[in-house]
Design a protein around this ligand. Sequence first.
Ligand SMILES: Cc1cc2nc3c(=O)[nH]c(=O)nc-3n(C[C@H](O)[C@H](O)[C@H](O)COP(=O)(O)O)c2cc1C
Length: 303
Amino acid sequence: MSEVNMEVNIAGVSFQNPVMTASGTFGSGAEYSALIDLNRLGAVVTKGVSHRPWQGNPTPRVCEVTGGMLNAVGLQNPGVDVMIERDLPFLRQFDTRVIVNVCGHTEAEYLAVVEKLADQPVDMLEINISCPNVREGGIAFGQSASAVEQITRAVKRKAAQPVIMKLSPNVTDIAELARAAEAGGADAVSMINTLTGMKIDVYRRCFVLANQTGGMSGPAVRPIAVRMVYQAAQAVKIPIIGMGGIQTAEDALELILAGATAVAVGTANFVNPAATVEVVDGIRDYMVKYGIKDLKELTGAVR
Ligand SMILES: Cc1cc2nc3c(=O)[nH]c(=O)nc-3n(C[C@H](O)[C@H](O)[C@H](O)COP(=O)(O)O)c2cc1C
């Protein structure tokens, strides 16, 4: 098989291929390591981690919908200390990059996590300012351009690692938010987080999720992700990590052609735990078949 170059570089960090796990859909990696070889991934992106443990939202907090799922997990996590003790040493055994996804209710809470991670073996930070399932923080930062710029600037001042700002699709103009992150000094942006949705049980005549609303993810959101990655790519120079509904290599290539330097696979992991490695193999097969020597030839090639 002829050799192709799938390596990508984001803010000086090189990735052996462009395929990552989407935060919150891959646990801390340990569960999936029994099923797939983590050495094959460009990066593992962890579940969101906060300064102190978070309980998350009341159940039920996930449900299936046509073409995807709704979740209102509410960023349940054991806190950054557990991640440092338990998850990072585990992930570091593998030849893959480690990106830690950070959440908080306030700017100070985000910064506390960022500071704790400063001397840890973490390649990049992904700052989740777009979770639709927490009342304070999260999306409260992600929907206003001035708030995005300010939190980005504050995080960049404290961060030892390059910073990815994870943007919300629950906005009118994604380009404006991407520009705000770039203006605040972000090294990269990722998108899309989930879209706020709702499901009603017509027989019980009640909300399916205890939280009433939940974040929609899965294949049905992909065209929205493609459009938003494209619009952001036209608006900023920093790299974009694209996600939203990727199930196959073709899906990933669509986001790459729209302008993503790398991609992340989320909900598909729940259906097919090998989705990430199948996407890696499928991108390689496509490159061989169509004579693409370097993946960079495809990034943003459709305009
Ligand atoms: C159950 C679940 C938990 C998630 N948790 C997080 C999280 O902790 N932090 C975050 O930034 N995004 C989180 N997300 C959003 C995903 O990382 C991703 O942006 C979104 O699901 C779209 O990709 P997909 O359609 O491939 O799932 C979560 C998504 C799901 C389905």
